[in-house]
Design a protein around this ligand. Structure first.
Ligand code: FEO
Length: 163
């Protein structure tokens, strides 16, 4: 059975994951509004990934006899200056999520919660990927500057995600 401290912390992380999904859904809507459907598609796949992350923590709590307690999801940002602005926000957000996962891992070690440590190792590795994806796109967009043709090409490339 999961102990109270860990249960509370994982419930908070469930909220972070679904809140992340909501942020990326808003980013997807932004890209749709500026006719960058490939970027929008990339974000929609990201939404699915975040929901799956939330589901993974949800399942862990249920399997260990805990009770999932869902919290309110904050309203996400609505406007961004450019695709680069969106991906810089994405990168910053993923860095924050990594910090949350590392904090959870510290707690799991302090509590000697070996089951949670196992689950969290998956998330530690996942965050390395999450940050790398955002970083790569930030670098590409920085290189492109205002070159519309290059952004159009990247839109096509990102649109292939999840298809
Ligand atoms: Fe669930 Fe993007 O971290």
């Amino acid at each position: 059975m999961i102990k109270d401290k860990m249960l509370k912390a994982i419930n908070e992380q469930i909220n972070e994951e679904y809140a992340s999904a909501y942020i990326y859904l808003s980013m997807s809507a932004f890209f749709e509004s500026v006719n960058l459907q490939g970027f929008a598609q990339w974000m929609r796949v990201q939404v699915r990934e975040e929901t799956a992350h939330g589901d993974k923590f949800f399942k862990h709590i249920v399997e260990r006899g805990g009770r999932v307690a869902l919290k309110a999801i904050p309203e996400p940002a609505f406007e961004w200056k450019s695709p680069l602005d969106v991906f810089q926000a994405t990168q910053k957000h993923e860095q924050q999520i990594t910090a949350c996962i590392h904090k959870l891992m510290d707690l799991a070690h302090a509590e000697k919660d070996y089951a949670a440590i196992g689950l969290l190792q998956w998330f530690v590795d996942e965050q390395v990927e999450e940050e790398a994806h955002a970083e790569e796109i930030v670098q590409k967009l920085t290189m492109m500057g205002d070159a519309k043709h290059a952004i159009y090409m990247l839109d096509r490339e990102l649109g292939a995600r999840g298809k």
